[in-house]
Design a binder for this molecule. Sequence first.
Ligand SMILES: [Zn+2]
Length: 364
Amino acid sequence: MSSWLHRVATCYQLDMRLLLEHDLGHGRISDLDSSLPLALLTLLAQRSGFELDLLRCMSLAGWVPWLLDSLDDSIPSSLDTYAFQFSVLLSKKRRKKRSVSRWRAWIPPAPIQRACPLCLKNPDNEVLLLAWTLPLMLSCPVHGCWLESFFGLPGLIFSWVNYESIPRMASDKITMMDRRTWQALTAGHVELPRRRIHAGVWFRLLRTLLEELNTPLSQCGPCAESIRHIWEYSGYVCRAGQTSWYPYELLNLSVQLQFLEAAATAIDLIESKVVSPHGEQAELFLREPQDWFTYDLPIDEESTAPWQKLFKTIRGVVAEARHNPEVARSLFALASFGRRDPEFLKDLTTIFIMNGIPAEYLSH
Ligand SMILES: [Zn+2]
């Protein structure tokens, strides 16, 4: 809202503050991006011809309850409700619950000044998006380059913090994560490998993942190795070097950006099956497992011939092995025909993983 009003005021060679004060009767500019009074929104709708709902979504109040549950930071257990209902990397029993007295999802103490250098190259439309003021995305969803820190305000006094190195293109894993966040913000849903999820679920999954990545390794049990691998693969030290826990929203921007990059890495490593997540919602990032064991078999559902019965039994056993370690181990013993050579067993394990049977079921 502040970016749009600033650009509107500039068209009339006015200062935004003057436009608001003298023409719209609103003396403040600090609340423009959080929540606007209905009277001002109604006036803006009348003058601009835009729908009231569209104008509401230009401030954070319009993103309640999907991006965050409430703008009120005094609701007890709000962090627990938002970031500890789901689990992705860690099993729920491993999650140490945290509580803070005043908390709002995604909103830092002061708005972040970041923008896309390529979006701002258009002198007729130097837009600053509301999402860029939150530690929610790393890159521009249109241009795929990193959002960069700046001083000042476009059109007035303006300077990039690192003007020598911009624009920098973001990696595939970052643009993939940010494209999903952008889809949540603009379409209200996200297409994940398993199925489409509601935008509200996406933002909570992402926040859950950031919280899991901020769990001390000593509390991660069997998942510690996965968490350590994710941080290492991101190129940062575990927990971005944090030794004490603070809510993600209160961390320094440079630390938040490392956490977001680790989250993008985690999603990439889950989807490419390099790490085995233990959380309940992790399967959303994995395609429906295909039954490769019986994929080529000419199964006839109607037939009662002995071979057909065997095919269907194999299919049933594979389905059960995905959830039952004992069945998985028995099936593995049968499929290995008593062979012990490591190369063969490694290939067989890969076939089991491709069939959606967790590797850890086979290791005991
Ligand atoms: Zn851009």
